[in-house]
Design a protein around this ligand. Structure first.
Ligand code: S3P
Length: 218
């Protein structure tokens, strides 16, 4: 029986478990020394790790909010979506902010909100896809959160482009090539995450369950 708050005894075992039951592992192993150390700390269950936030990053439309909400429910933590907090705080939608030329103010609020959330109670956060363009935010986030890149392929983004372009102001009036360029440019930051998860459309719940199992022990 898993109990929230306990940490995984073996990251590799969980990846193996998924293979054993006939699924391809959806969680990539840590890829650099820093993230190996991070996972090792989780595996050892060092108590201060439990005080860390869990933050989902990734490109627009990857499903970060859904993943974060489900993960928070399973861990019994509060979920904060940075876009939701900003909208609530300023009483205007993100398309409205961008349409009135207040993109810089949006970015400043985004930075401020993330900094505030990161000093609060350990929570599960979903970040806007552009939040990590800010260097201070990157530093703070990697210091204070266990960061999960919710990976999405360019083909998946392409399939969702009409919806994304009509709902994400940053993508309006951009060509597909420009969006692809933005997508590629951001991968370098997303790939710095401690762990990368690919959740195909319709499989978000299974992926959230996997994040939960990765952070808890049997
Ligand atoms: C943005 C992503 C959006 C939102 C804003 C800008 C970006 O959030 O913060 O429209 O720069 O990638 P989602 O990633 O949740 O769509």
């Amino acid at each position: 029986m898993r109990s929230p708050g306990q940490v995984s005894s073996s990251f590799a075992t969980l990846v193996d478990e998924r293979s054993r039951v006939g699924h391809a592992p959806i969680v990539s192993p840590p890829r650099n020394a820093a993230s190996c150390r991070e996972m090792a700390r989780y595996a050892r269950g060092v108590p201060e790790d439990l005080s860390r936030h869990i933050a989902f990053i990734g490109f627009m439309g990857a499903g970060k909010s859904t993943m974060a909400e489900l993960t928070a429910q399973r861990l019994g933590r509060t979920w904060f979506d940075t876009d939701h907090v900003i909208v609530e705080r300023c009483g205007r939608s993100i398309p409205e902010l961008f349409a009135s030329g207040e993109q810089d103010q949006f970015r400043a609020m985004e930075k401020q909100v993330i900094a505030e959330l990161l000093v609060g109670e350990p929570a599960v956060l979903s970040l806007g896809g552009g939040a990590l363009e800010d260097a201070d935010t990157r530093t703070l986030l990697f210091e204070r959160a266990f960061v999960v890149n919710l990976d999405v392929s360019w083909q998946e983004v392409q399939a969702e482009l009409p919806t994304l372009m009509s709902t994400r102001p940053l993508l309006q009036n951009r060509t597909e090539d420009e969006i692809h360029e933005l997508f590629l440019r951001r991968q370098a930051t997303y790939n710095k995450a401690h762990v990368r998860i690919h959740a195909p459309r319709g499989d978000i719940e299974a992926a959230a369950e996997h994040v939960f199992s990765m952070l808890t022990v049997a």
